[in-house]
Design a protein around this ligand. Structure first.
Ligand code: DX5
Ligand code: ZN
Length: 218
């Protein structure tokens, strides 16, 4: 199996025909489904909660990569953890107690992941690397799909990769926002290994786009 993982963001799926979108994801050759949860407070918009994820879980075996863009996320960890999430990402900017939130995620056997928004220094996650299976670097302001990639994310990925290697931690680096056929290569070269992509994968043929992205990650 490839060390590189492709995680289409379901935010960009065809929501009028979500069942069909999940079938397409199942057949696409992707590795995870990235599931963006927004509360209208941490980010301006609202998206979807655990109810929709529970229904999706019935029709897919793909690991669900839940990105909680919500304030005080510990309140919602249990319901996502017990309804099929494989990964749960919380934001350093949103937690009241980061360590406690990560421990709580792990207590359900779910992979804990910590994210930083573009303006937050990546060093904010360093004290928590031992508690995390993944770190998510945001390469756009969270809240909307279809935004342009912010190249500042590349330095953060490099710095984080150095720190992970120096400390011999077993932590994936995920990048999210504006990932397309060009930026995916930049992020891979900087040291990321999990790639979230919404608009670039869902525009046109998901299976073809996923295969094309895969060839760029060889
Ligand atoms: C943004 C979300 C992303 C988004 C990515 O707040 O976290 O997962 O759906 O979409 P694209 O790839 O279109 O930037
Ligand atoms: Zn996301």
């Amino acid at each position: 199996m490839s060390e590189y993982k492709i995680a289409p963001s379901v935010l960009s799926a065809d929501w009028l025909h979500l069942g069909r979108s999940v079938e397409d994801l199942n057949a696409s050759g992707c590795d995870y489904i990235h599931y963006d949860v927004m509360d209208g407070k941490f980010v301006p918009e609202m998206s979807f909660g655990v109810t929709v994820m529970r229904e999706m879980k019935k029709v897919t075996d793909l690991p669900l990569d839940v990105h909680l863009m919500i304030e005080d996320p510990i309140r919602n960890v249990k319901s996502f953890a017990t309804n099929g999430a494989k990964f749960i990402t919380v934001h350093v900017e949103a937690c009241r107690d980061i360590g406690e939130t990560l421990d709580y995620i792990r207590s359900f056997g779910v992979v804990a992941s910590l994210s930083v928004k573009p303006k937050t220094p990546v060093e904010a996650v360093f004290p928590y690397l031992e508690k995390c299976g993944m770190i998510l670097i945001m390469s756009v302001e969270p809240g909307f799909g279809g935004q342009a990639f912010m190249p500042e994310a590349l330095d953060k990925i490099r710095l984080l990769r150095e720190e992970i290697d120096r400390r011999h931690c077993n932590v994936d680096i995920e990048v999210d926002g504006g990932i397309n056929m060009e930026t995916v290569v930049l992020c891979k070269d900087a040291g990321a290994n999990v790639f979230v992509s919404g608009s670039a994968l869902f525009k046109g043929d998901l299976k073809e786009n996923t295969a094309k992205m895969r060839t760029l990650l060889k």
